[in-house]
Design a binder for this molecule. Structure first.
Ligand SMILES: O=C(O)CCC(=O)C(=O)O
Length: 356
C-alpha cells in the first residue's frame, strides 16, 4: 500500500513537472494553433539546453543522419507472441516479489525495475568511483542465468531472422517501466558491451530519444536530436554512431502506460569484473562449521534466493545500504511453502518444480 501511494505521489509530481515540458518533440513540428505555439515556447523555456541546441539546421541534420545510420528496426513479434512474452515478464516480476532471485539480479526504483540475467554490472549510484568507464561486471554467478524462455521466445527468433548471430547474446536485461518511468541519457559502456545492442519492446509503444540532457527537481529533458518510436514487438538494433557517439534515453513523458523492454547484449570477454568478495568467518560461525553443521551450509546457500528483496529497493545503496547485510544468512524454515515455476525459475534453485 505504502509503495503504491509513493508511486502515485511520484507519478503526480512527475506529471505536474512534465506538464511544463509536454512532449518536447512536438516543439519541432509546425504548431497548428497559437495555443500550441505557446505550449512549445514554454516547453523550450523550461527544458534544459543540450549541446545540440546550438547547432544550425544543417549541422543538426548531419547529426541526425549519423544517428539514423546506426539504427535498424523491425517489428518481428506478432501481438500473440508479445502476449506470451509479456506473461513471462509478469512471472519474472512475481518471482522477484517472492525474493527468488539473487540480490544483484533485481534493481528496483519507484517507476522502473530492472532484472539482470546472465551478467550484471555496477552503474549509476552503485559505482564506487563515479563516471563512465568505471562500470564493473559482477562476479560470475552473482546474477541469475538467462531464463530459458528468453532464449526460446526472444533470442531464437532474432537469430533465425539473422538479426543477431547465433551464440552472441550472453546478457539479457528486462526493464519494466511504470507510466512516467524513464532511463536517463547514457551510452552503454563500451568496455563492458559489444555492439550491436538489441532490444525488444513490449506492453505499449514508447520512444527512444537521442542526444538529450536531463535536469532534475523537477525532471525535465532537452529537445532530442531524434525521438525514435518503439512500437510493441519491435526489435531495435544500435551500433556505430547511435551506440557510441551519442547518448540515448527514455523520457518520462514517453512512457504513457506500462512498458517493458528486453535488452539483449554481449558482454566483452575482457570486460573488467569486480573482485570476488572474500567472506571471513566470525568465531561463532567457525565453531559451527567445525561441528560440521550441515544445516548451516544449506542456509548460506539459500540466502541468495531468500534474502529480503526489500534490501535492494531503490536508493538503498545511496541511502546507506550496508553491503554486509548481503551475506547475512536467512533462516529457512523446513516447513517453508515450496513455490516453483517452470521455465523461468532460476535453474540453480534446487527446490521441487511445480507450475503455477
Ligand atoms: O527502454 C529502452 O528501450 C532503453 C533502455 C536502455 O537504454 C537501458 O536500459 O540501457
Amino acid at each position: 500500500m505504502e509503495t503504491n501511494s509513493l508511486q502515485a505521489d511520484l507519478r503526480e509530481k512527475l506529471f505536474k513537472s512534465s506538464a511544463k515540458c509536454i512532449d518536447i518533440s512536438t516543439s519541432y513540428k509546425k504548431s497548428k494553433s497559437s495555443n500550441q505555439r505557446k505550449k512549445s515556447e514554454y516547453t523550450r523555456k523550461s527544458a534544459p539546453k543540450s549541446k545540440y541546441d546550438d547547432l544550425n539546421n544543417e549541422e543538426r541534420e548531419e547529426e541526425l543522419q549519423k544517428v539514423k545510420a546506426g539504427i535498424s528496426q523491425r517489428v518481428l513479434f506478432t501481438p500473440e507472441q508479445c502476449r506470451d512474452i509479456e506473461k513471462k515478464i509478469d512471472k519474472v516480476v512475481k518471482l522477484s516479489e517472492m525474493g527468488i532471485y539473487k540480490k544483484h539480479t533485481v534493481d528496483r526504483a519507484p517507476l522502473r525495475n530492472k532484472y539482470f540475467f546472465g551478467e550484471g554490472y555496477t552503474y549509476g549510484s552503485q559505482l564506487e568511483k563515479k563516471g563512465p568507464g568505471n562500470e564493473r561486471l559482477y562476479c560470475k554467478g552473482d546474477v541469475d542465468e538467462i531464463p530459458t524462455w528468453i532464449h526460446r521466445l526472444v533470442v531464437k527468433p532474432l537469430c533465425e531472422a539473422k538479426i543477431i548471430p547465433e551464440g552472441f547474446i550472453n546478457s539479457a536485461v528486462i526493464n519494466d517501466y511504470k507510466p512516467g518511468g524513464c532511463i536517463v541519457s547514457h551510452i552503454d559502456p563500451f568496455h563492458i558491451f559489444e555492439r550491436p545492442i538489441a532490444s525488444v519492446s513490449f506492453f505499449s509503444e514508447s520512444a527512444l530519444s537521442f542526444g538529450c540532457r536531463f535536469s532534475f527537481k523537477p525532471i525535465r529533458v532537452s529537445k532530442p536530436v531524434l525521438s525514435l518510436p518503439l512500437p510493441r514487438g519491435c526489435v531495435t538494433l544500435l551500433s556505430g554512431f547511435a551506440a557510441d557517439e551519442i547518448t540515448h534515453c527514455v523520457r518520462p513523458e514517453d512512457v504513457i502506460s506500462r512498458r517493458a523492454v528486453i535488452i539483449l547484449r554481449r558482454v566483452r570477454d575482457d570486460a573488467p569484473r569486480l573482485p570476488p568478495v572474500i567472506q571471513t568467518d566470525s568465531p561463532s560461525r567457525k565453531r559451527t562449521k567445525e561441528k560440521g553443521n550441515h544445516a548451516d551450509k544449506v542456509e548460506v546457500n539459500r540466502c541468495n534466493y531468500f534474502s529480503s528483496s526489500s534490501e535492494d529497493e531503490a536508493g538503498k545503496r545511496e541511502d546507506g545500504y550496508d553491503s554486509g547485510d548481503a551475506m547475512r544468512p536467512v533462516k529457512v524454515n523446513s516447513k517453508v511453502k515450496v513455490i516453483c515455476l517452470s521455465d523461468g525459475l532460476p535453474s540453480h534453485n534446487s527446490l521441487q518444480r511445480k507450475d503455477i
